[in-house]
Design a protein around this ligand. Structure first.
Ligand code: UD1
Ligand code: CA
Length: 457
């Protein structure tokens, strides 16, 4: 039966997040490049809910715009009257029957596995409650149990007696309950407490009063920590990064130092990929077998084919890098760069919206933009494609086996024919014919006996 019980997930995300001291709603602050709320929604989706309801309030429209998707139901909670009130606002949007699970938009590290026992409890008619034992339980609701260890209720810190404050088992906030029961309980909540709020936690005592069993599961405190300020945000970022790093290492990726690696998106990888320290991967990154990424390189939406090597301090965005290619150190590959097999891009080279053919080399201090380059081309140091006339961009074509002398300017649109050679220092304004030497150099002269001017005293 339980696998067919409909699940409604309610995500509370209406709080202001005052301690972030930010104009941005708290749940939109980024963890690993995505909003906190997006992480929670991803976890919720992993549970295949029939309804996924987000309660929003502060910065509501911005929150919605940032993460909206067809499977989400948005419920506005205009005034934050407490967690119980927030759930009451959401329940009309939940499935009539089945189980309701409550998640929090600012608690991003929770995993689906951890929530499974709560759902199971609720599917069987009980209340499922996730608790944790904390060395310092200050600020949290405490779990009250009888002498047999049965849960009696939850008392909020502000309502607790000094004795109750000594309890180290706390409420994580995560809770699942049968929808029909939860509806009754939240409708009957009062707000006669220290904060004058409608506490979701009071449904636990209501369940106990009706002899509905309360089943607890225990969580790792690191997984249920919420974000209240930026120091916590940074701590959770490291924890999340560590979790990703461990998974990558288990999957066969070498990370020189897992504490100095950041993945802000997704990484697909082959075998024996090596990533050095300080590397940041963003968006969708794919690294083929044996790829090596040198220290302090940043890759965003990049595919690197097998055996390619990115040396240190490269910044690469929206690019495709072919097999056996070598890039860097200190190269910048901008959107639309495609490097074919065994191409080589060296230091202080910028490439944009260009294809570099097989085995071609751009090794030093060059700018290549809007260019189609064939195979086995050699581009000398300091070569620049002048692709922009102040109004429009123009293309440069460099055919196979061309040799571009150092300090050449290619004034686009222009074509360098197959096997052509351009003399160093050439400013190419017309097409260079295949197989010939083309140069635009001013003849060299020597003025015999010329004297340098001297300063008069
Ligand atoms: C709550 C629990 C407490 C638990 C703690 C764990 C209650 C009464 N207390 O306390 O037992 O130990 O979480 O962190 O539930 N929210 C809304 N609308 C509201 C109020 C809150 O959406 O009207 C959201 C907040 O944005 C936040 C979450 O619910 O994400 C928790 O609210 P908060 O006020 O921080 O609850 P705590 O006092 O921490
Ligand atoms: Ca809180």
């Amino acid at each position: 039966m339980s696998s067919e019980t409909p699940l409604s997930v309610v995500v509370l995300a209406a709080g202001q997040g005052t301690r972030m001291r930010s104009d941005r709603p708290k749940v939109l602050h980024a963890l690993a490049g995505r909003p906190l709320l997006a992480h929670v929604l991803a976890t919720a989706r992993a549970l295949s809910p029939q309804r996924l309801i987000v309660v929003h309030g502060h910065g509501g429209d911005r929150v919605r715009e940032a993460v909206d998707a067809p499977d989400l139901v948005w419920v506005a909670q205009d005034r934050q009257l407490g967690t119980g009130h927030a759930v009451a606002c959401a329940l009309p949007a939940a499935a009539e029957t089945g189980t309701v699970l409550v998640l929090y938009g600012d608690v991003p590290l929770i995993r689906a596995e951890t929530l499974a026992p709560l759902i199971e409890a609720a599917n069987e008619g009980a209340v499922g409650l996730l608790t944790a034992r904390l060395q310092d339980p200050a600020g949290y609701g405490r779990i009250l149990r009888d002498t047999e260890g049965r849960v009696l209720g939850i008392v909020e810190e502000k309502d607790a007696t000094p004795e109750q404050r000594g309890i180290d088992e706390v409420n994580t906030g995560f809770l699942a309950a049968p929808a029909a029961r939860l509806r009754e309980w939240v409708t009957n909540l009062g707000c006669d407490n220290a904060q004058g709020e409608y506490y979701l936690t009071d449904v636990v005592a209501a369940a106990v009063a009706e002899r509905v069993p309360v089943r607890t599961a225990s969580a790792d405190p690191d997984e249920v920590e919420g974000v209240n300020d930026r120091a916590q945000l940074a701590r959770l970022e490291r924890r999340f990064q560590r979790r990703q790093a461990e998974a990558l290492m288990r999957a066969g990726v070498t990370l020189r130092d897992p504490d100095r690696f950041d993945l802000r998106g997704s990484l697909e990888h082959g075998r024996d990929v090596e990533i050095d320290v300080g590397v940041v991967l963003e968006g969708d990154v794919r690294l083929g077998d044996g790829v090596r990424i040198g220290p302090y390189s940043v890759l965003r939406n990049v595919t690197v084919a097998e055996g390619a090597e990115i040396l240190s301090h490269c910044v690469i965005e929206d690019a495709e890098i072919g097999p056996g290619v070598s890039v860097g150190p200190f190269a910048r590959l901008r959107p639309g760069t495609r490097l074919a097999a065994r191409a080589k891009v060296g230091n202080f080279v910028e490439i944009k919206n260009s294809e570099i053919g097989e085995g071609s080399k751009v090794n030093h201090l060059s700018y290549i933009g809007d260019t189609s380059m064939g195979r086995d081309v050699n581009v000398g140091a300091g070569t620049i494609t002048c692709n922009y006339d102040g109004a429009r961009k123009h293309r440069t074509v460099i055919e196979d086996e061309a040799f571009i002398g150092s300090d050449t300017q290619l004034v686009a649109p222009v074509r360098v024919g197959r096997g052509a050679t351009l003399g160093a220092g050439t400013t190419l304004t017309k097409d260079a014919p295949p197989g010939e030497l083309t140069l635009s150099r001013v003849p060299q002269q020597t003025r015999k006996g010329w004297k340098r001017p001297v300063k008069k005293k």
